[in-house]
Design a protein around this ligand. Structure first.
Ligand SMILES: [Zn+2]
Length: 269
């Protein structure tokens, strides 16, 4: 019980840092300096107003100085991170896997919320995460006594990058060929390609962490979320364009926790 509570508290503190990354990475600002400011009145946010969830509730979602609204994204990201850390702790305990997938889920949360707001996925997350995921996976191959290096995790991660990135890239190219060349449809909103490089790099990053099999699973799982949310979005809003990164991320979370169950579900029916 105490472990879960600690995981929750630690997760909410990390979530508060992820909020800083979500706000600053797309602006090209440093995530460690300077101290957080209110985006409206520019006043420095005191440490006692920076407590995850509690500050938001106490201040009723408004800045202490200018009373400007604070986005509900802040407590939401803190809560999601905290819950994810508890789920990881339940599954892995304090192990190497806990640390690796903690890094992975943090990357997904940043990618999701930046993509929702700016329609981009920062390279720091996709490319940086891909390199980090590859290194963290390759390290699994080390065995100290006797000293052996097993190449399997390294190749699994490398194939995850190639297949994960490749499968989206090729699908996009195929779609362009059919849509623009064969059907001769005009580009929508000036876009000449249906494929976003951000999504290619994001699925490659997921492959680096989870391996090639789960990269394929994510590829097939993400459209289900896309269609479901897309439909809800059309019903409640006029805007019918949605970024794809959040659906890939949601599929990656499902894959991380329930890959075997999902695969057996499809194989049995
Ligand atoms: Zn303010």
């Amino acid at each position: 019980m105490i472990g879960k509570i600690l995981a929750f508290v630690f997760g909410s503190i990390v979530g508060s840092f992820l909020n800083v990354c979500i706000h600053r990475l797309p602006l090209g600002e440093s995530v460690v300096w300077p101290h957080s400011h209110c985006p409206r009145c520019q006043k420095k946010i005191p440490t006692y107003d920076n407590i995850p969830f509690l500050s938001y509730i106490i201040l009723k979602g408004r800045c202490r100085f200018c009373k400007g609204r604070i986005s509900p994204r802040y407590p939401l990201v803190e809560l999601l991170t905290a819950l994810a850390f508890v789920a990881l702790f339940n599954r892995y305990g304090l192990t190497y896997d806990f640390m690796v997938f903690m890094v992975f889920i943090c990357s997904l949360i940043i990618a999701t919320f930046v993509d929702l707001k700016h329609r981009i996925i920062p390279d720091e997350i996709s490319v940086g995460g891909m390199i980090l995921g590859f290194i963290l996976s390759a390290v699994r191959g080390f065995n100290l006594r006797p000293f052996i290096y097993d190449l399997k995790p390294l190749f699994n991660s490398l194939l995850g990058i190639i297949i994960g990135g490749g499968i989206i890239y090729l699908t996009g190219k195929l779609f362009d060929l059919i849509y623009f060349k064969l059907l001769k449809r005009p580009p929508i909103q000036g876009e000449t390609s249906s494929m976003g490089w951000g999504d290619v790099k994001l699925l490659a990053m997921m492959g680096a962490f989870l391996g090639w099999q789960e990269a394929i699973l994510i590829f097939f799982l993400a459209p289900f979320f896309g269609v479901t949310f897309g439909f809800i979005n059309i019903l409640i809003k006029k805007d019918h364009t949605l970024p794809y990164g959040p659906f890939l991320s949601l599929a990656a979370i499902f894959s991380l926790f329930w890959a075997e169950r999902i695969i057996s579900l499809f194989l049995h029916y």
